[in-house]
Write a protein of this length. Structure first.
Length: 454
């Protein structure tokens, strides 16, 4: 009897994958106890650990990382002399934002229009399911040809660095010949893509004080320094009139020389309203992959409902700065901090607190692992050549792993293509992408093992 192709094996496993992703998405695993109970993250970590044990992983462990979260580790031994591949994903997710804007409950996997909707379905609980699918298919088709380490992080979305610090303290744990980060995505559905660069990030919380307490706006307004108005003016200093990020001393003119992102496609993917222009200058790829970008992600101020006619004494904001390859995140943090203190109006008192930080990353796309992945992706996506692109987001662990294991090859793939709308309401995953990328990963592991034997 002829064994069925591995692609058919993966197709047969898809109903199980959907059921498991439903279970995993149901955990409200936002790694911020101020928003969701810590027990939700702990339950998700336990689920991941149980899934690894069920696949015969050894040394499965819940790692208590320095930021108070848990990462999950497991090891699956391969044939004698086989290379070791580390597979990465994270089970923590972004908060659902406005739950009323979701067309289905955010923590309930729901099929609609050919996609599966739910927070974390693509970023990155689906990435863990992708790893499981690839390994199961190989086990059913002669066995896994490499030794496999799996690490599933519990605080990637918060950027608090727990796993990075743990890995630095236990450098032998995640050592591998090649590392597959399952947390990026194809440039668009159906176009196989590896991510060659990641922007780093720094997250700052700025507090601005002007008065000992709030004042009546009729009695004091016009002379009393309004902290909220000062904050608005301070935040406005971070952008030029065209929207370009302007942090004193930070270069903003780098150009991207790889795969380009047509403006019309970007407008569609980003759902930019008709008549509203894009911000910044240069190509879209320049702006989102090669240059820094500042975003005000939150402001503490009185809500409109219940607002009183008061001059505000204090204001607070949280600022994210994406840092492109070629720039140092720590240096960018210092420049942003200095800018905020220098541009505060009216002598306002400014305090800046660093919340998170991660370095940018650039992969070596000439490595043997990339050749193995290119062959695998071309088989999983007939008629398509593997593309390399940048990614504006951050995975701080990448640079930590690159520093700890300088000989290891690092590849970035995943399910977060533009239609997935990660970090937004109505996040979703394409089951077709899950199936094809699982096949690509399985074929990659086989190709890579063969290349090491050659």
């Amino acid at each position: 009897m002829t064994a069925r192709p591995i692609s058919e094996t993966i197709a047969s496993l898809m109903p199980r994958a959907k059921a498991e992703l439903s279970e995993l998405v149901a955990f409200q695993s936002v790694a911020d106890p101020a928003q969701f109970p810590k027990s939700e993250c702990e339950a998700a970590a336990d689920w991941v650990a149980d899934a690894l044990r069920a696949e015969d992983f050894q040394d499965v462990a819940l790692l208590d990382t320095p930021d108070g979260t848990r990462s999950v580790y497991g090891f699956l031994p391969g044939p004698a002399g086989a290379p070791t591949v580390l597979l990465y994903a994270h089970y923590d997710v972004q908060p659902p934002l406005d739950e009323s804007a979701w067309l289905s409950p955010p923590f309930e996997l729901t099929e609609r229009d050919g996609r599966w909707y739910g927070r974390g379905s693509a970023d990155c609980k689906g990435g863990f399911i992708m790893h499981l699918l690839a390994l199961r298919a190989l086990k059913a088709d002669g066995g896994v040809p490499v030794s496999v380490k799996v690490i599933v992080e519990g605080s990637e979305e918060q950027g608090t660095g727990g796993l990075e610090r743990y890995a630095e303290a236990h450098p032998e744990l995640l050592a591998a010949d090649t590392i597959v980060i399952g947390d990026t995505g194809n440039f668009r559905v159906g176009l196989p893509t590896v991510t060659a660069t990641l922007r780093g990030m720094t997250m700052l919380r700025v507090t601005l004080d002007t008065l000992e307490g709030n004042l009546h706006s009729g009695q004091f307004g016009g002379a009393a320094p309004d902290a909220l108005a000062a904050m608005i003016q301070l935040l406005a200093s971070l952008r030029a009139e065209d929207g370009t990020t302007t942090v004193d001393g930070l270069a903003t003119d780098t150009e991207w020389d790889g795969l380009q992102y047509p403006e019309a496609d970007f407008r569609k993917d980003a759902k930019v309203l008709d008549g509203v222009g894009l911000i910044g200058t240069g190509t879209v790829a320049d702006r989102i992959w090669a240059r820094p970008a500042v975003t005000v992600i939150g402001i503490d101020c009185p809500p409109v409902v219940g607002a009183t006619p008061s001059v505000q004494a204090s204001a607070r904001a949280q600022i994210s700065l994406r840092v492109p390859p070629g720039q140092d995140a720590a240096e960018a943090t210092g420049l942003l901090t200095a800018h905020l203190k220098a541009h505060a109006p009216w002598g306002s008192r400014v305090a800046v607190e660093q919340v998170g930080q991660g370095q940018p990353f650039r992969a070596d796309t000439s490595s043997p692992a990339y050749t193995s992945m290119a062959r695998a992706m071309e088989a999983a996506y007939p008629g398509e050549k593997m593309q390399t692109s940048g990614m504006g987001g951050s995975i701080p662990l990448c640079n930590t792993l690159a520093a700890l294991y300088p000989e290891a090859e690092i590849l970035l793939i995943g399910l977060s293509e533009p239609e997935a709308q990660i970090h937004a309401v109505n996040e979703s995953v394409s089951p077709e992408e899950l199936e094809r990328l699982s096949l690509a990963e399985a074929l990659f592991l086989r190709n890579y093992a063969e290349s090491k034997r050659a």
